[in-house]
Design a protein around this ligand. Structure first.
Ligand code: GLN
Length: 209
């Protein structure tokens, strides 16, 4: 594994891919669009962007990408789901029998903020990003209805969870790729760096043994 910039994939089956690629590059990563199972190889981290969750889940299955993603995430590869991506990563959707990847132990509610709030920009308090509030853009956004025991709640809006982390999996209800503020991208890249360091240490230990 090289020590250069991390290779981050953005799942590009449907949704707002270009904005994520640009924001990841501005934050210092080597970012590429991922459309096939083969393109998952060699990634240090993966972003599932916003879009339409039922469509993307169907396509992931059709292209045989769902199982390899779950496997890589269980092995420690960092994953970040924004909006639809968080729905796809979650354990399930409140009130719906919608298939998901189940790698983030939360139950989400789709289109949760209601019609009047279909899209909104909210200055969020996100302590892990420092003191300055984050300009969070919500578009037909889900909120987090319930979290499992290993999940950290990183930010809330009106009393509902909108940013969570469980180990190597990050979820945001909002769209940091549209804010022109790269702090969430930088936070994810720090998770990826930490995971790469751990993998290298494990690699060294097992080759020394
Ligand atoms: N409402 C969409 C869904 O439930 C998510 C919206 C988004 O990603 N901007 O799939």
């Amino acid at each position: 594994m090289s020590d250069g910039a991390s290779a981050i994939g953005v799942l590009a089956l449907q949704g707002d891919v270009v904005e994520h690629l640009a924001a990841l590059r501005r934050a210092g990563a080597q970012a590429r669009a991922v459309k096939t199972r083969e393109q998952l190889e060699g990634l240090d981290g993966l972003v599932i962007p916003g879009g339409e969750s039922t469509t993307v889940m169907k396509l992931l299955r059709r292209f045989g990408m769902d199982e390899p993603i779950v496997e890589r995430v269980r092995e420690g590869m960092p994953l970040w789901g924004t909006c639809m991506g968080m729905i796809v990563a979650s354990r399930g959707v409140e009130g719906l029998q919608q298939p998901t990847l189940g790698v983030l132990d939360v139950i989400v509610r789709r289109n949760a903020f209601g019609r009047q709030n279909e899209s909104a920009e909210v200055d969020l308090n996100v302590p892990v990003l420092g003191g300055q509030r984050f300009p969070a853009i919500f578009i037909r956004a889900p909120w987090i209805e319930r979290v499992g025991p290993g999940v950290e709640l990183l930010a809330s809006r009106d009393g509902h969870g909108v940013m969570v982390r469980e180990g190597n999996v990050l979820g945001t209800s909002f769209h940091p790729e549209l804010s022109g503020d790269e702090r969430v991208h930088a936070y994810f890249l720090a998770m990826v760096d930490a995971a790469r360091t751990t993998q290298r240490t494990i690699g060294k230990r097992s080759s020394a043994a």
